[in-house]
Design a protein around this ligand. Structure first.
Ligand code: NAG
Length: 216
């Protein structure tokens, strides 16, 4: 093999490896679920941090994660909990063990990080310091941090749970909002699974997926 072909192969492998999902697959998954066309920045951050921070290496797990993210963030529209965006919810999510003065730890990022005892560990894991405790609003204002905290949550709270690596979508719902799993007819859990089917189609996966794993 000559040098040019050899180098082209290396570059090609690098490219495939760096790109779990293409922009058009990502964009279709969002828009077919009723969201606005995502930005290139959102796509790049999803693609990078799913792997680096979320430990996601298969298209199926990327589809499960994106479906949950779309549900939690109102189709990528909300990086702040709607109910707290104006008031900051000064009386909610209070915990004197780790609250910093004047800072409020309502839901931010694409899987709404809440409470100081979650902001703290996320900050340590990502930055090795407590910057997200001292300034939690960065999780909403900085798109990279919004995705990093989202995939930190996935890696820490979802990725290794029973059934997740077997593609049981209900297991991911259980560890994101287990309340929805107590009632098998809960429409919210069903809506998440419906969104997952649409993401699967956009990502080129066969079938509607496995809804099991939710039941507590
Ligand atoms: C259904 O899910 C919602 C949203 O998480 C939750 O608030 C509610 O309690 C659940 N209902 C039942 C009956 O489990």
């Amino acid at each position: 093999m000559n040098l040019i072909i050899f180098l082209a192969c290396i570059a090609g492998i690098g490219l495939v490896d760096a790109q779990l999902i293409s922009f058009s697959q990502f964009s279709n998954a969002v828009t077919k679920n009723g969201g606005p066309t995502p930005s290139q920045e959102q796509y790049n951050n999803f693609n990078n941090f799913a792997r680096i921070r979320g430990r996601i290496s298969t298209v199926q797990e990327a589809a499960m994660a994106l479906a949950q993210i779309l549900h939690e963030s109102d189709r990528l529209r909300a990086k702040r909990e709607y109910a707290c965006a104006q008031t900051q919810c000064p009386n909610s999510y209070r915990d004197s063990r780790c609250d910093k003065p004047g800072q409020y730890y309502y839901g931010r990022g694409y899987i709404q990080l809440t409470w100081c005892y979650n902001y703290g560990p996320a900050s340590q894991a990502i930055f090795r310091d407590d910057r997200l405790l001292r300034n939690p609003d960065q999780v909403a204002t900085n798109d990279q941090i919004a995705w990093q905290t989202t995939f930190w949550f996935w890696s820490d709270r979802v990725h290794d749970k029973p059934g997740v690596q077997q593609g049981k979508f209900g297991a991911t719902t259980r560890w994101i909002n287990g309340n929805e799993c107590r009632d098998p007819n809960n429409q919210t859990a069903k809506n998440r699974f419906k969104m997952y089917g649409i993401v699967r189609q956009a990502f080129g996966l066969q079938g509607s997926g496995d809804p099991s794993g939710c039941k507590l």
